[in-house]
Design a protein around this ligand. Structure first.
Ligand code: SF4
Length: 384
């Protein structure tokens, strides 16, 4: 690129960002009091949206900062360790700075209900590690916690505007999902959430535009975007964005996921954790090995019960037998290995509440099996 071309590109970028800023300001000043909710994943795109909104609020006199802005992140409880640390720290920085500046910002980290966590479903109920055809995790661990929060705000305010950092050029999947929201207006109805309008202020930006902005501008809440840039440098692949509907879900747990769960067996290989390990975070190697082991036992028939949890046997129309959940022995083995992993890495990977729920589910299942067995015996005796 020669000097003239570089200057033209710079002018184009400046115009793009000016247009985004004026869009944000215009929407914020609309004559209603619907709160804004920013879906914050800690990744580059939602960080940029948060940055621009924070700056816009700062630019307004206090009397005009009337609309509350919620910044909502989700922690699946099995996020990649460095990523969850970044989310928690950055949300804390944003909250402190917003308080200091008197901005109407409310921060929130949503989490799955303990009963629906990864470990309770995998070890407690024996759900096989998620894969493409049985991806039970995204709904329970990502969509529901965020949706619950959005719905609570809809209940309180009647309507909300959800700001998402989606970009058309991020990937073909994203382009398709953006297309579903595209009615030519600034605000589009959310496909699943009633009372929620979607606003995608940076939809037309390209990846380079985002990086250049983050590299050249310090966050208005203090610190620097270098930590975030470092996270991307250390991991490989793309981005696992905020997921609020099944239409967004294909981008979660794909080979390009960067900010996904460290336990993700939907991907062939965990590119994100692998990237961290390659960049010197050797302490994540045991997590990576554990994830690979989980993926490897998924289709081992010896480790799966014949019947599903509701007692049915599943045979597809084509005659293929689909095994049920992991056997209790395998669940106990996963649990023991997880505890050993905690001891090895010095990290807390499962909470006491989850452990209690797992034990409760096991006891209920053992009691149910006992009842079923005694019924079978009576039936055999009757049949004689
Ligand atoms: S990153 Fe993987 S394990 Fe986590 S919710 Fe998405 S598909 Fe499921």
């Amino acid at each position: 690129m020669d000097g003239a071309e570089a200057l033209a590109l710079e002018d184009e970028r400046t115009a793009l960002f000016d247009a985004i800023r004026s869009d944000l300001l215009d929407e914020y000043r609309q004559n209603h009091d619907w709160p804004w909710i920013i879906g914050y994943s800690g990744g580059k795109d939602s960080t940029l949206v948060t940055h621009l909104v924070f700056e816009m609020l700062l630019s307004l006199p206090p009397s005009q900062r009337s609309r509350p802005v919620h910044i909502v992140a989700n922690d699946t409880l099995v996020e990649s360790p460095l990523v969850v640390q970044h989310i928690i720290e950055s949300i804390e920085e944003i909250k402190n700075a917003a308080n200091a500046f008197g901005l109407p910002i409310i921060t929130k980290i949503t989490r799955p209900a303990p009963d629906q966590s990864f470990w309770v479903n995998l070890i407690g109920r024996g759900y096989p590690s998620p894969n493409r055809s049985f991806r039970w995790c995204t709904d329970r661990m990502k969509i529901l916690p965020t949706s619950r929060y959005i719905k609570s705000q809809v209940d309180a305010a009647g309507q909300v505007i959800l700001l998402l950092g989606v970009r058309r050029s991020e990937s073909s999947t994203r382009a398709a999902s953006v297309g579903r929201y595209d009615n030519g207006e600034r605000l589009n109805k959310h496909n699943d959430l009633v009372g929620c309008m979607v606003f995608r202020p940076i939809v037309e930006l390209h990846t380079d535009d985002v990086w250049e902005f983050l590299a050249l501008n310090e966050p208005p809440w203090g610190g620097s975007h270098l930590k975030l840039i470092g996270l991307y440098r250390n991991a490989s692949g793309g981005e696992c964005p905020v997921v609020t509907s099944k239409d967004d879900a294909p981008s979660c747990g794909t080979t390009s996921s960067r900010f996904g769960c460290w336990t993700c067996t939907v991907v062939e290989k965990d590119r994100s954790l692998e990237g961290f390990v390659e960049s010197g975070y050797a302490e994540f190697t045991p997590l990576l090995d554990f994830r690979d082991w989980l993926a490897s036992i998924r289709n081992d028939k010896e480790r799966r019960q014949a019947r599903r949890r509701d007692g049915r046997i599943t045979i597809t129309e084509g005659g293929t037998f689909i095994p049920g959940p992991f056997t209790l022995q395998t669940r106990a083995e996963i649990f023991e290995r997880l505890r050993n992993l905690e001891a090895e890495t010095g990290q807390r990977l499962i909470s006491d509440e989850e452990v209690d729920l797992i034990h409760q589910l096991w006891s209920e299942e053992i009691a149910d099996h006992g009842k079923a067995r005694s019924l079978n015996v009576r039936e055999v005796v009757k049949g004689k």
